[in-house]
Design a protein around this ligand. Structure first.
Ligand code: FAD
Length: 463
């Protein structure tokens, strides 16, 4: 059957939601993803209104022999949620969040954004650890792991995932939990979107907020080496109520930044405190004793505002390229690479951001989840090349790649976080998952033997 003879009306008739096809007014909006550099034309977009719609789309695609992609928040920099000629299963209509504060649980639609999740859970002073940009999708973020401000204190998003409703490659709708489809649940906790379409996540919740302490200490580029040495010494010893994300970035063009410094390149410590103002001040003083910031901004803020703080520089439509790496230690050799590469970035939007992973993250057994990477304390570096215009992207991509290749021999750990990488080939997948890749391939063979869900960091079914 050729593409043109596919009877999309017969799919439309099976849906509660809408079907958007080329030529429809909403088609261009429906196919757009976060990375402005991605410009692909799907066969059609299924605006799913229910798990049954997802199932109908999967079954239809198999009947007519077209590929499917699955869109959560559309944030993956590689644009894996959209492909030329494929049927796009759009989960944005499944963005609802239900919270039971007594049970400390949340049921989160497969297309919800972090903003939806935070808004609903914070009504009760509850949260799960997740990412730091609120228009990211819960779906893609959780399925790869999910790390952010709460990770030292409460682990990864997947450490709170206790069950999921999943549409499988044959269209069945199942629940994976600690009693049924247990291997599937294990695989969903880090193995990405390989095993089916999650239409609902069930999370246990953690107390956080509603007010948290925040500080940004910003330093000049000439202080980068010293800042990294101080991080090496202090951050691993800090109480886990405190989280420090650090790296190289340009000063924001914000009112609290001295005019002469706005948009200037530099480096920063972003310090969040979940343990009260006194503890936060004590920690800031530790840094201030060692380093004098060019400026600092210290303020309490709602947890929801913290989660949205860097939404704007990361808005949809920016041209993006990203690679990441794990770093065992901020060794002198690693710091040398920062000193060599950071000054070469050209776009003020590009950044190198590093998360410290320890505390609650490291309290979880390596094999308890499919998370790709060791649970032993380490750092995760995100090298993000961003340009507001298409013509600027090539230079940022080169910057990211050169920096990444420079770090590789010194990082001390193979692989990276699966969600922080645009290109992932077979050997990279092995570096990410190690021995877990074989178990994941076996789960894939059970639940998706024909590799229907392959627009992702693809795990090939075991033969
Ligand atoms: P999408 O592009 O929609 O999906 C990504 C992949 O997941 C696709 O292959 C898709 O098919 C699959 N998928 C999505 N939803 C489902 C579902 N419900 N069921 C099955 N498969 C699904 N990560 C962090 O951990 N912490 C951060 O702080 C963080 N910050 C980020 C900031 C920015 C600006 C960006 C661009 C990314 C960030 N990430 C972070 C990485 C992020 O976790 C990944 O990009 C993730 O894939 C985004 O998920 P999504 O649903 O928005 O993306």
């Amino acid at each position: 059957m050729t593409r043109t003879s596919i009877d999309l009306d017969s799919l439309r008739a099976r849906l509660d939601g809408a079907l958007v096809v080329p030529g429809d007014a909403g088609y261009d909006e429906a196919r757009r993803v976060w990375n402005g550099a991605i410009d692909r034309r799907p066969l059609a977009v299924v605006r799913c209104a229910s798990a049954e719609d997802v199932s109908a789309a999967v079954i239809f695609a198999r009947e007519v022999g077209v590929e499917v992609t699955v869109r959560g928040g559309g944030h993956h920099p590689a644009g894996t949620s959209v492909a030329d000629g494929a049927l796009l299963i759009d989960l944005r209509g499944l963005g609802g969040v239900r919270v039971d504060p007594g049970e400390r649980k949340a049921w989160v639609g497969g297309g919800a954004l972090l903003a939806d999740l935070d808004r609903a859970t914070q009504e009760y002073g509850l949260a799960i650890p997740s990412g730091v940009v609120s228009h990211t999708g819960v779906g893609g973020l959780t399925l790869g792991g999910g790390m952010g401000w709460l990770t030292r204190r409460a682990g990864l998003s997947i450490d709170h995932l206790v069950a999921a409703q999943v549409v499988l490659a044959d269209g069945r709708i199942v629940r994976a939990d600690s009693q049924t489809h247990t291997e599937l649940l294990w695989a969903l906790r880090g193995g990405g979107g390989n095993f089916g379409v999650v239409t609902e996540f069930e999370f246990t919740l953690h107390e956080a907020g509603p007010i948290v302490e925040y500080a940004m200490l910003f330093f000049g580029l000439d202080q980068l080496g010293e800042m990294l040495r101080v991080v090496r010494e202090l951050v691993p010893e800090l109480p886990t109520d405190v989280n420090v994300i650090f790296g190289a970035l340009n000063a924001p063009p914000a009112p609290f930044v001295p005019e002469a410094v706005r948009l200037q390149p530099g480096c920063a410590l972003m310090v969040t405190g979940f343990g009260g103002v006194e503890q936060h001040q004590e920690v800031l003083d530790l840094f201030r004793k060692r380093l004098t910031p060019v400026f600092e901004m210290v303020t309490p803020m709602p947890y929801v505002a913290l989660q949205q703080m860097i939404d704007e520089p990361n808005e949809h439509g920016v041209y993006a390229y990203e690679k990441g790496t794990r770093i065992a230690e901020l060794s002198d050799a690693v710091i040398e690479q920062f000193l060599e590469h950071v000054p070469r970035k050209q776009s003020p939007l590009s950044l190198a951001l590093c998360y410290r992973l320890d505390g609650a993250f490291s309290a979880v057994d390596d094999d308890a989840t499919a998370f790709g990477g060791p649970r032993a304390p380490h750092y995760q570096l995100f090298l993000v090349g961003l340009s507001p215009v298409a013509e600027g992207l090539a230079a940022e991509r080169d910057w990211v790649r050169d920096f990444w290749f420079g770090l590789e021999p010194h990082s001390g750990l193979a692989g990276s976080y699966v969600n922080g990488q645009v290109e992932i080939d077979g050997s990279e997948l092995r570096a990410i998952y190690g021995a877990k890749l074989d178990r994941l391939a076996a789960v894939k063979a059970t639940y998706d033997p024909y590799n229907v869900f392959h627009y992702n960091a693809n795990i090939v079914p075991a033969s």
